[in-house]
Design a protein around this ligand. Structure first.
Ligand code: NI
Length: 169
């Protein structure tokens, strides 16, 4: 099932998420649906709040579905190591058509559980490191625009307000 992606303005996106406690068939169905929804929206990462579910769960695939091994489920993830810096343009499926330069670590190691509850650690660099940071932010109720200057953020907020008034958001 493909979920519609929740857009900026819905409070579920700015709420910290509760931990995943049950690793059952329902959770595995949810992660499958999140991958499907992410591919449909042409994203490389998707967090549960973006499909309206407040849960400490995200999926990432920086190969955009081309490599099955690139599918990563992050349940209850935490960053255990970060180093270096990268400054690149970043976007978000919940803020379609808005992008901004965000500073992130170049290398990030996460510890998380997979869809069966198994704990694993994974090191990512460049885009994968960025995706880990971006998705973990979502799980804390933080969106990438919070990393932009106040000026840039307010500009985006004003544009979205206009789009909403016009019924286009
Ligand atoms: Ni996002």
């Amino acid at each position: 099932m493909i979920y519609p992606i929740i857009k900026y303005g819905n409070e579920v996106l700015e709420r910290p998420t509760p931990r995943v406690e049950k690793f059952d068939d329902e959770l595995r169905k949810l992660t499958d649906d999140m991958f499907e929804s992410m591919y449909a929206a042409r994203g490389v990462g998707l967090a549960a709040p973006q499909v309206g579910i407040s849960l400490r769960l995200a999926v990432v695939d920086v190969s955009s579905g081309k490599t099955p091994e690139a599918r990563i489920v992050l349940a209850n993830p935490e960053i255990i190591h970060a180093e270096g810096e990268q400054r690149e343009e970043e976007g978000c499926l919940s803020l379609p058509n808005f992008r901004g330069n965000v500073m992130r670590p170049m290398f990030v190691t996460v510890r998380a559980q997979d869809a069966t509850g198994q704990t694993f650690e994974m090191r990512g660099e460049q885009l994968l490191a960025r995706a880990f940071c971006h998705e973990l932010d979502h799980l804390d109720g933080t969106l990438f625009i919070q990393h932009l200057s106040m000026l840039k953020r307010d500009l985006i907020r004003r544009k979205i307000k206009k789009l909403r008034k016009a019924g286009e958001w």
